[in-house]
Design a protein around this ligand. Structure first.
Ligand code: ADP
Ligand code: MG
Length: 247
């Protein structure tokens, strides 16, 4: 079966700095691939190249076998691909519900708003389901900025699912989230993955979170893949331990 995502020999340089240096990997349908690596190892740059925020210097990205290198984020949304950013992307003044509707509108493009009217663009039901799924019903009408940081990270992930439910790239979904919310976030992501047959790629620093959530792990250091394997094998891989402790 064709992998959902194929990244081949991807390179991205910024002037003299090569942030991503010949990275290749595949993600198969239904996987949760974790990407770990020290700060500055090129994880976010890799996502930016896959999702069209940056143009790679070299290499190719394929979604469902089709080259997508150079496509814009909105084009990728239409293929069912979306992401979260390392920093929160919620609109603090808008309600939880309106944040979700807006995220869904990006996916559908302006046509849906023309058909259904701007108010909810036919996305009210989808937003309600997402609110219930992520257990945000009690804060659905509140401005997103009034939620706890952990709840905002949940909302941020839910927004990505509104925009592209097939392949979702999550950049540090657990960053700065307290332990209770962390368990909640992990459990909800696992449930979403199981119920909706979504495929995830997750960048994360919180090692326990990665080990509990991911089916396979890729390790980056200085822009290169230094290890790839099952979480339990990655945890005790001497090259990985060295890359983390050596910095
Ligand atoms: P990570 O997400 O693994 O922490 P990044 O992809 O953010 O790493 O960064 C990898 C390297 O590329 C770092 O050295 C960083 O300073 C550099 N870098 C990232 N984005 C830019 C940019 N827009 N311009 C110049 N250098 C950048
Ligand atoms: Mg990063």
């Amino acid at each position: 079966m064709t992998p959902v995502l194929q990244v081949a020999n991807l390179r991205k340089s910024f002037g003299g700095i090569t942030a991503v240096d010949g990275v290749s990997f595949e993600v198969r349908e239904g996987e949760i691939l974790g990407i770990i690596g020290p700060n500055g190892s090129g994880k976010s740059t890799l996502f930016n190249c896959v999702l069209g925020q940056l143009t790679p210097t070299e290499g190719e990205v394929r979604i469902d076998g089709k080259p997508t290198t150079g496509l814009r984020p909105c084009d990728l949304n239409r293929l069912g691909v979306s992401r979260t950013f390392q920093l929160l992307q919620v609109f603090p003044q808008l309600s939880v519900r309106d944040n979700l509707i807006l995220a869904g509108q990006e996916h559908q493009g302006t046509m849906a708003s023309r058909l259904f009217g701007a108010a909810d663009a036919g996305l009210g039901e989808a937003a309600s389901q997402m609110i219930e799924f992520f257990r945000l019903s009690h804060v659905a009408a509140e401005p997103a900025g009034s939620l706890s940081y952990g709840q905002q990270k949940l909302l941020d992930a839910a927004m990505a699912f509104m925009a592209g439910p097939r392949l979702v790239l999550l950049d540090e979904p657990a960053g700065g989230v307290n332990l209770t919310m962390l368990a909640n976030l992990r459990e909800r992501l696992q449930a979403y993955h199981a119920e909706r047959k979504a495929t995830f790629v997750v960048i994360e620093h919180q090692m326990e979170f990665v080990m509990a959530l991911c089916t396979r792990v890729l390790v980056l250091a200085e822009g290169r893949v230094i290890a790839e394997g099952l979480p339990q094998d990655i945890r005790k891989n001497p090259i990985v331990i060295e890359a983390y402790l050596g910095h």
